[in-house]
Design a protein around this ligand. Structure first.
Ligand SMILES: *[C@@H]1O[C@H](CO)[C@@H](O)[C@H](O)[C@H]1NC(C)=O
Length: 279
């Protein structure tokens, strides 16, 4: 009896790799996955309201993958309460002012503000404008669809960002040092504020999302893996090519999406022996 127990202890701690090891590595850390919501269609635009630890995102119906059939939803990471957000046709865009707890949502007929108490979206501005994306940093920005133009809200009114007139923008981000990154179908760029010109950061990747963790590090979610921005270069932190969206919760835990699922990553002390892409 004692001997059997002894053997069991040895094998379970000897680090022999489990064939089905599905832990994943990002940077120097290993994670286990906890699927929060499955059977969605391409969940994109993951954004977490840190005050309530609530994830907002968009998805399409998995059967059709119709791009006109976007839907917004929320998932509260503390209570696991989750639901579709009703009343926004073609809902696909999210931006959050973390300081004032204002949550902006966009769809094919304008911009809305989410009311945490009623769980309803109240119409905000830009009636009839097809909103592709929203971004908040001191001001609210939106990108229109299908012309991919960037607008900024100043003194209660939206106007085109003049430095970006004539340029297609699919993703827009300003970091804490006021560095401006944007992406379109041809790549990822940095706008140089001082000299008024544009640097190519990478023109091989297709960007799916640009996000910040709670320590203001910028991450780029792409078809070729996850990258972080180090000065003006991209540093690959993961080979996972299926990541559609990425967000960091109140405690800087990572939440990702793949083609169909919203997944929370849980820190794991052990990794897999073969540290190739297990996605
Ligand atoms: C993307 O932006 C860059 C930099 O402004 C520009 O040179 C390029 O033509 C744009 N690509 C598309 C598809 O508009």
């Amino acid at each position: 009896m004692n001997r059997i127990l002894f053997i069991f202890v040895i094998t379970s701690t000897s680090g022999i790799p489990d064939k089905s090891c599905d832990r994943i590595r990002i940077g120097n850390n290993w994670y286990e996955r906890e699927t929060l919501w499955s059977d969605l269609g391409r969940p994109y635009n993951l954004n977490i309201h840190r005050g309530s630890n609530t994830l907002f995102f968009s998805y399409t119906q998995p059967e059709t993958y119709s791009d006109v059939d976007f839907q917004l939803a929320y998932y509260n990471l503390d209570s696991n309460d989750h639901q579709n957000i009703v009343g926004i046709r073609g809902g696909c865009a999210v931006a959050i002012n973390q300081a004032t707890d204002e949550i902006y949502l966009g769809g094919s007929e304008g911009i809305y503000k989410y009311n945490m108490l009623t769980k309803l979206a109240d119409f905000y501005k830009e009636d009839g404008v097809n909103i592709w994306a929203l971004f908040y940093k001191r001001n609210l920005f939106y990108i229109s669809y299908p012309d991919q133009k960037l607008y900024i809200e100043i003194d209660d009114k939206f106007s085109p960002v003049k430095e970006f007139i004539g340029m297609e923008v699919d993703h827009f981000h300003v970091n804490k040092d006021n560095d401006i990154y944007f992406a379109n179908k041809t790549g990822l760029y940095k706008y140089d504020n001082d000299n008024n010109n544009i640097h190519i950061v990478n023109n091989l990747i297709t960007v799916r999302q640009i996000v910040e963790d709670i320590d203001d590090n910028v991450y780029i979610c792409t078809n070729l893996g996850l990258f972080s921005i180090k000065v003006d270069e991209l540093e690959k932190v993961s080979d996972m090519k299926n990541v559609h969206g990425l967000a960091f919760d109140r405690d800087n835990n990572i939440v990702i999406s793949d083609e169909k699922n919203i997944i929370k990553l849980i820190n794991s002390k052990s990794g897999c022996i073969d540290d190739k892409d297990h996605w």
